[in-house]
Design a protein around this ligand. Structure first.
Ligand SMILES: [Zn+2]
Length: 249
């Protein structure tokens, strides 16, 4: 008999989709194997034990059998279903967005323990009322960029590598600040305050970002930088924030 490979791992459901009459496909970001796709058989039935553990945002200990193409959900023990995030439009939108970012920016099977921890931390922090969600999201975006090879450089000129304390220009091709001497093309001008804030967010653990108190203008500039880089470097564009930005206009 072939030994079936069983994967026991913590993970969060990023999204789900109905499959055939009674089943669901779920995309889980796992601690052990990165992003995986699993089938949850019978999970659409109202009495299914899988019902709550296959909902988006559910954080659980999952047991998955490795099938030919897909994993099969075998069991799960919920750690935090994060369903409280659904009560509030801001929280809902931001938590959908962090899931979408992982889905878009991380390749299947690409493991990254630090990013997984940051992802869980971000969901826990969104689930509290203590933080500036916008800053938290920017901080998470910078971490996703770093983890997927597009980390931004703030302590050196991204072109000539000379150490710099500050800058008013971010090169989008070189992923970082530009010194006074280097050519400023293919990037965007930002204020020195926005530059310092970006550097702080990039170097500070996510649970400490509330120490930053920024004007709306500075927040807008930071958002412009991260959005530009996310929109131009991954094959799909995130859509979760569009509605929120529309409402805030
Ligand atoms: Zn330079």
């Amino acid at each position: 008999m072939d030994l079936l490979a069983l994967l026991n791992t913590k993970g969060v459901v990023l999204k789900s989709q109905d499959y055939k009459e009674n089943d669901k496909l779920i995309w889980i970001y796992t601690e052990a194997e990165g992003k995986v796709t699993a089938i949850a058989r019978g999970s659409k039935k109202s009495k299914s034990k899988f019902l709550s553990m296959t909902l988006p945002l559910c954080f659980a200990d999952y047991s998955l059998f490795q099938g030919k193409n897909l994993y099969n959900l075998q069991e799960g023990k919920i750690i935090n279903s994060f369903q409280g995030l659904l009560d509030n439009l801001d929280k809902l939108t931001y938590s959908s967005y962090v899931c979408e970012l992982i889905d878009i920016c991380v390749e299947d099977g690409e493991k990254n323990l630090n990013l997984f921890k940051d992802f869980i931390t971000c969901l826990y922090l969104l689930n509290t009322d203590a933080l500036d969600y916008e800053l938290l999201i920017r901080s998470f975006e910078l971490r996703v960029l770093k983890a997927t090879g597009y980390g931004l450089i703030f302590d050196n000129c991204s072109i000539c590598k000379k150490p710099i304390n500050s800058s008013t220009y971010i090169s989008l091709n070189n992923f970082g600040g530009v010194c006074d001497e280097c050519n400023k093309v293919g990037g965007i001008y930002i204020s020195r305050a926005a530059y310092s804030a970006l550097r702080f967010l990039n170097n500070t653990p996510m649970d400490k970002v509330y120490r930053l108190n920024l004007t709306d203008e500075v927040k807008k500039q930071i958002e412009k930088v991260t959005t530009y880089i996310i929109y131009s470097n991954y094959s799909k564009r995130p859509k979760s924030l569009e509605m929120l930005n529309y409402i805030k206009e």
